[in-house]
Design a protein around this ligand. Sequence first.
Ligand code: BT5
Length: 345
Amino acid sequence: MGNDTGKVDVNKEHTRDGLVKILHDFRDAPISGEELGEKLGVSRAAVNSHINQLREMGYVIDAATKTGYRLVSVPDRLLPVELRVRLDDLGAADACIGCEIHYFPKLESTNDTAKAIAPDVHDGTVVIAEMQTKGRGRLGRAWMSPEGGIWLSVVLKPKIAPQDAAKLTLMAGIAVAYTMREFDIPAEIKWPNDILVNGKKVCGILTEMSSEADVMEYAVLGIGIDANVDTQKFPLEAKVSATSMQAELGHPVDRLEFTAKLLIRLNEEYARFEKAFVDGEIRAFDAMLDEWKSLSDTIGRVVTIQMRTKIISGEAAGIDHNGALIVETDGGIERVFAGDCVYTR
Ligand code: BT5
């Protein structure tokens, strides 16, 4: 329990988070400073000081002499305590994805930070930053990550073979596309790692992993979502191909609500993934592949795919059990695990 000496920051933070949770519980009816102090086990003066800190962070809290404090609004920040409140409200308090949430106003790359802490954290730990200064795409490409987006990485530790890790990208694509559709955004998955809206990229996924012998130690699933960012400020190449949820909807999205729902979707998909590849119930993956196909606009298209050593063209005919894209080329069927895909029709 926290105290009001302010000596231990962890305690202070713990008290402040407790205060936020109580203020949420009492949103409809104000609560007095005295009652808050009792609930938190701290003095009224300490309550006061925490309330002031919250206001400095952007919380709007009404205070009336007779009745007490009432939460009016929260800052537009992906604060772990706020995500936790929403996960609890949505019945996902014990979900694996988001069991720990590490939050930073600014990072070079959430994937890098997630990789650095991966050996020491639980499966499902999430790293979030409000902005990235060295956001990365595949093959070292730059990923624009200004404030207003959702830049996060999830540390995953399923006991799977390294070659199964690429399927985590498919899993994340399903979760992102479904969550966007919940928000009335007609998102589609473009193989292998893009989410498009009306043909423009609104999200990119970057899965990286570390393996020892033939066992995966951990994977880091990086998800970058252009939520409320102005993609018109991006450099030319990204500017023409990108869009944001805000631009598509005509109004900003509630990033906290979206992120909480995304984590819940990811948790559901991850449970299915583990059923398939850890418990060996491979049919669970068939269901995921069916979902992926129904959410993707790649199947049936004529595509050109640049791989590491060659380029192929043909019709994207399906996705196989291993998560490879099946392409019917003039020279026969090709199964492709990774590459840059362009729609040519
Ligand atoms: C990706 O790479 O699409 C993977 C992006 C993953 C970003 C997340 S954010 C959290 C985590 N931390 C990181 O550092 N990364 C992950 P790729 O398929 O290689 O696409 C990169 C290309 O997308 C660039 O060359 C640009 O053309 C374009 N692009 C860059 N920033 C963009 C943005 N914010 N929105 C849309 N397109 C963008």
